[in-house]
Write a protein that binds this ligand. Structure first.
Ligand code: CA
Length: 226
């Protein structure tokens, strides 16, 4: 039994989502504003959250930020009417796992939902290392030279993929396919922005950069000294 929390104030959309999702055998709780969403989320009985961004009382970004800062790893799919890259990046930076821009097809919602649920239950035990960069999959923590680096979920996932394939150039398509699953690639230049954030976080304070761009080919995580 998969239990979902839908936080959405648009009554008509919420009603059709609840009906559609229950039809697919999901158990759905529906919260109509951010505070109610927080109340449900903190009870911690859900496997994933479908989170609208513009909400009364507390907006979705704040709710997302609050959950992540309390250590919750629950998969979050943002439902957003704001389709500018910056809004999407802000949401992903605050810890959302993926997003859908309204209006969306119900089948796409189901596909993205399955993808984040699958990722959420993948068993992760490995600790990956490259030079002085370390990544612990289970706890989603990253260190460089022993100093912890805070990454958003999506930044973490991009880095995890690059570390798993360290030393080989990874095309944008390949990274997107791994990070977003199947054919659910991001829109616009979301990957470029995630890469630039990652580069700032893992490389800026160090002499030897690990994240390299291969123009026209993709990205490479490698220690050039080794
Ligand atoms: Ca709304």
């Amino acid at each position: 039994m998969t239990r979902l929390l839908l936080v959405e104030d648009e009554e008509r959309l919420a009603r059709s989502l609840v009906i559609g999702l229950r039809d697919e055998d999901y158990v759905v709780d529906h919260a109509r504003d951010g505070e109610e969403g927080m109340w449900y989320a903190e009870a911690g009985h859900h496997d994933a959250i479908l989170l609208d961004l513009r909400l009364p009382k507390m907006d979705g970004l704040e709710l997302c930020k609050h959950l992540r800062s309390n250590g919750s790893l629950i998969p979050i799919l943002m439902l957003t009417a704001c389709d500018t890259t910056q809004d999407i990046i802000t949401g992903l930076d605050l810890g959302a796992d993926d997003y859908l821009t309204k209006p969306f097809e119900f089948t796409e919602l189901l596909a993205r939902l399955r993808a984040i649920l699958r990722r959420g239950t993948t068993s992760r035990s490995a600790r990956l290392c490259l030079a002085n960069l370390e990544l612990e999959a289970k706890t989603r923590r990253v260190w460089r030279d022993g100093k912890e680096i805070t990454l958003s979920n999506m930044e973490f996932r991009v880095l995890e993929h690059l570390m798993q394939h360290a030393g080989t150039v990874q095309s944008k398509n390949r990274i997107c396919a791994a990070v977003w699953d199947d054919d659910l690639g991001p829109e616009s230049n979301v990957l470029e922005v995630l890469i630039s954030h990652l580069r700032r976080k893992i490389d800026r304070d160090f002499d030897a950069p690990l994240l390299h761009t291969r123009r026209g080919a993709g990205y490479l995580l490698a220690s050039m000294e080794s």
